[in-house]
Design a protein around this ligand. Structure first.
Ligand SMILES: *[C@@H]1O[C@H](CO)[C@@H](O)[C@H](O)[C@H]1NC(C)=O
Length: 170
């Protein structure tokens, strides 16, 4: 009987894990990430097919107040963070209720078009939500991704080692 419950528990937890996008948190003094979801990505690395737009939802709880909330995205390629320019990085226009108060739970919803001009490659995507104090984040996360022209091309561009998608971050 006990092992039966254990099996159910295991099944539920596997089920739960498979519905969210795998990520790692980075230093964020001002808040805690509750959930993170990228369109169609439940296993690492996230596959971004050129010509498509992907939505990234970050739900976080704040530990401090702030008038503003800015979103910053970097692509980390071979260890080098390259800024990804957002048309409007104002998090208050991306679903965050501003001003942000201590204890608030907000969801930032980012739309990321993966343009045909992007190179096919594997990289880490780093997303930060930054409060008034530019050195402190409400949320900071990184996740492995692969940009491809289509599903057929996928294999040749995946340079990740199986099961070691987060290793290069540490
Ligand atoms: C992100 O949030 C929006 C608005 O609530 C929702 O419509 C969309 O399905 C969400 N996308 C993901 C990938 O969770």
């Amino acid at each position: 009987m006990f092992s039966f419950f254990l099996l159910i528990l295991l099944f539920c937890s596997i089920n739960f894990v498979s519905t969210a996008t795998p990520y790692r948190v980075c230093q964020s003094e001002l808040g805690t990430i509750k959930t993170f979801d990228v369109t169609g990505c439940t296993t690492a690395p996230c596959k971004f097919v050129k010509g498509n737009t992907y939505t990234m939802n970050i739900t976080f709880q704040s530990k401090a107040s702030s008038i503003t909330a800015k979103v910053s995205i970097h692509g980390i390629i071979a260890g080098v963070p390259i800024p990804f320019p957002l048309p409007d990085p104002d998090g208050c226009k991306l679903g965050i209720k501003c001003p942000v108060n201590e204890g608030d739970i907000n969801t930032a919803s980012l739309s990321l078009p993966v343009l045909p001009s992007y190179p096919s490659m594997s990289l880490y995507v780093k997303i930060e939500i930054i409060g008034d104090n530019k050195n402190q984040d409400y949320a900071c996360l990184k996740f492995p991704a692969t940009i491809t022209s289509g599903s057929k091309q996928l294999q040749q561009f995946v340079s990740w080692k199986k099961g070691k998608f987060f290793e290069m971050l540490d």
